[in-house]
Design a binder for this molecule. Structure first.
Ligand code: SF4
Ligand code: SF4
Length: 208
């Protein structure tokens, strides 16, 4: 057990200790303020920037996510571009948040039993548990896009992601990869935060 040490006279009157604490706090505050100011005015390259504080300057800086990060969903596609999903309802049954809505329909091709005429995920209810991905017997739904959940869409109805959006995400992911998708996501956050800039069509189409 550590013995309690006697306080010195200066510690007992507190004033010096309080001043030391104030100096430490305001010193850090000033240092971080100057670094942030310098980074935003003079320094261009990311690698030359001095770290201002422990906080991450999102969306310019992002943590590296693990490979198994459960990101926004996508519906995978067959080679001919059709949706792989067979509207079996296993994902909707496994979903603890009850946020998957499927409307099945008969396919014109008699070799295909049924397909989802409508497939929607209410991402405002979704808890990103990944049970839907685990439950799917045909690998028709994945959460490997690297995209964050929607935070503030321009239209709240966009929290509900429909079949076309989920399929389009698979196509874009194939074209530009995870990094490309994330870059579009960052562009969207930046333009929303700046308020004035309208979203470009490309950004709206992919990350909404
Ligand atoms: S991640 Fe979980 S909560 Fe979200 S849709 Fe899938 S099963 Fe439902
Ligand atoms: S995504 Fe998979 S589990 Fe869900 S309905 Fe389609 S095939 Fe079934």
């Amino acid at each position: 057990m550590k013995r309690r040490e006697e306080l010195t006279f200066l510690e007992r009157i507190y004033v010096v200790e309080v001043l030391k604490g104030v100096w430490l706090t305001f010193g850090r505050l000033l240092r971080n303020f100057i670094r942030h100011l310098k980074n935003s005015i003079w320094v261009r390259g990311d690698n030359q920037k001095l770290k201002g504080a422990a906080t991450i300057q999102y969306p310019e800086q992002m943590r590296a996510y693990p490979e198994r990060y459960r990101a926004r969903h996508r519906l995978t596609l067959k080679e001919n571009g059709d949706v792989k999903c067979t509207a079996c309802f296993l994902c909707a049954t496994a979903c603890p948040a009850r946020c998957i809505y499927i409307e099945p329909a008969e396919h014109s091709d008699s070799s295909i039993e049924k397909f989802p005429h409508r497939y929607e995920i209410d991402t405002l209810l979704c808890i990103y548990c990944g049970y839907c991905v685990e439950a799917c017997p045909v690998d028709a739904i994945r959460m490997d896009t690297g995209l964050h959940p929607e935070v503030y869409p321009p239209d709240p109805r966009l929290y509900i992601e429909d079949k076309e959006t989920l399929m389009e995400r698979s196509r874009i992911l194939e074209d530009i990869g995870k990094e490309g998708l994330l870059e579009l996501h960052r562009a969207k956050i930046r333009s929303l935060e700046q308020g004035s800039k309208p979203l470009s069509d490309a950004v709206r189409k992919i990350v909404r």
